[in-house]
Design a protein around this ligand. Structure first.
Ligand SMILES: Cc1cc2nc3c(=O)[nH]c(=O)nc-3n(C[C@H](O)[C@H](O)[C@H](O)COP(=O)(O)OP(=O)(O)OC[C@H]3O[C@@H](n4cnc5c(N)ncnc54)[C@H](O)[C@@H]3O)c2cc1C
Length: 369
């Protein structure tokens, strides 16, 4: 069935995970409706799905197995409430069905993270692109879109450009941007006296000392929670229960404090904690013991490694529940360009899949009038 005479011209800016997922969902919906009177162009200044390749260290942590929507949403320091509605229309199992339908089978790890069975982000990229190229009314265009003016020939516009160097593009549509700031990255600390390369399992999570500070899951989580804070800021990591340390001292009153602490943290870290103040553990005050059980650090800057998403993005109150602009009726945003970001574990890609799906359905509805 044909719904209008002139072909609907759809532009998607960004061939990253969100832009390509949006494109594939528009294309499959049109096919399901036997609608052919459209032209869809995905613009990208770089090779399509290039940003998918490093995800999950090359394995692509597609999503997470948490099945309760509210519990899932609690993993987004920003955007949690906005996502309730998005996920009610398209949740992780819907994305997994979609991937399955294009030949990407998945499995869940014990920690909840879901990966393709191939353990290959490249495989996900290739399968998504193969699917895209099956549609004759769709094309990729290797072009940088500078501003709204570049898209004047299009009827429907989806901005899926991610969060790097895109402020001007967003502003050209008169939308406000919450300033982009790094999250999910390593943290550099003041006065780093700790042994590089040593891993620590704390009550708050695991981390590793780097030459400039800390990295690893706990560091990423702390960077995410504090992404909007101004540097420097103080953090406290609960290393172990102080009472367990006191109990251990009662059993071994003649040992040195470094020796006792080494039962709770790696020895080289225990030495750094105690510094020149090693003494018989019985001589250490209760207050000092409590101090040892917490690691207080001053974060001075972001480190370079991590998943490194950006917090910030297009202001959510300028969008409706389908991520459609309240300023321009023919404009949508999806993926990391939104002021939404999650913790490590597949949550950022799930934001891409779900927001892109909602946009795709709304674009199709608008196209069909
Ligand atoms: C190292 C690393 C590992 C990660 N691992 C995971 C993981 O395992 N699981 C997870 O959930 N998340 C992970 N993430 C986060 C996840 O990759 C991002 O959230 C996701 O890529 C965002 O997708 P997007 O399509 O919205 O934006 P992007 O991936 O940034 O894609 C945007 C695209 O738009 C293009 N573009 C931008 N501006 C323009 C313009 N003006 N004109 C034309 N094209 C333009 C860019 O070239 C790019 O291709 C990881 C991130 C990093 C950096």
């Amino acid at each position: 069935m044909e719904h209008c005479l002139k072909p609907s011209r759809i532009a998607i800016v960004g061939a990253g995970p969100s832009g390509m997922y949006c494109a594939l969902n528009i294309l499959s919906k049109f096919t399901e409706l036997s609608f052919n009177n459209y032209k869809l162009t995905v613009f990208d200044k770089a090779p399509a799905l290039r940003t998918l390749l490093p995800t999950g260290n090359g394995r692509c942590n597609i999503t997470n197995s948490i099945s309760d929507v509210r519990e899932f949403c609690a993993n987004y320091p920003r955007g949690e409430k906005f996502l309730y509605s998005i996920f009610s229309k398209h949740f992780s199992y819907d994305s997994l069905d979609f991937f399955n339908s294009i030949g990407i089978k998945t499995y869940a790890q014990d920690d909840g993270r879901i990966f393709p069975v191939s353990n290959s982000a490249k495989d996900v990229k290739d399968k998504m692109l193969n699917e895209f190229f099956k549609y004759k009314n769709a094309k990729l265009s290797n072009k940088k879109i500078e501003s709204r003016a570049d898209l004047k020939d299009f009827d429907f516009i989806v901005i899926a450009c991610g969060s790097r160097g895109v402020d001007n593009l967003i502003s050209s549509f008169n939308h406000s941007v919450v300033e982009f700031k790094p999250a999910l990255c390593a943290l550099n600390i003041e006065n780093n006296i700790y042994p590089k390369g040593v891993s620590v399992q704390s009550l708050d999570g695991d981390f590793i000392f780097t030459d400039k500070g800390i990295s690893g899951p706990l560091a990423f989580k702390i960077s995410s929670i504090n992404s909007r804070k101004t540097m420097p800021y103080e953090i406290k990591i609960r290393l172990f229960d102080a009472q367990n340390l006191i109990d251990e001292i009662k059993l071994n009153p003649k040992k040195s404090i470094t020796n006792i602490l080494s039962k709770f943290v790696p020895k080289s870290f225990a030495q750094a904690l105690v510094q020149d103040d090693d003494k018989n553990c019985c001589e250490v005050s209760k207050l000092k013991l409590e101090e040892y059980s917490n690691l207080n650090l001053k974060v001075v800057s972001h480190g370079l490694n991590g998943e490194i998403v950006n917090s910030g993005g297009v202001k959510l109150d300028e969008l409706d529940k389908n991520c459609r602009s309240k300023i321009h009726n023919n404009l949508w945003f999806c993926g990391e360009v939104l002021d939404i970001d999650g913790f490590c574990g597949g949550f950022n890609l799930q934001n891409c899949w779900s927001s892109a799906y909602c946009v795709a359905q709304d674009v199709v509805k608008s196209c069909l009038g």
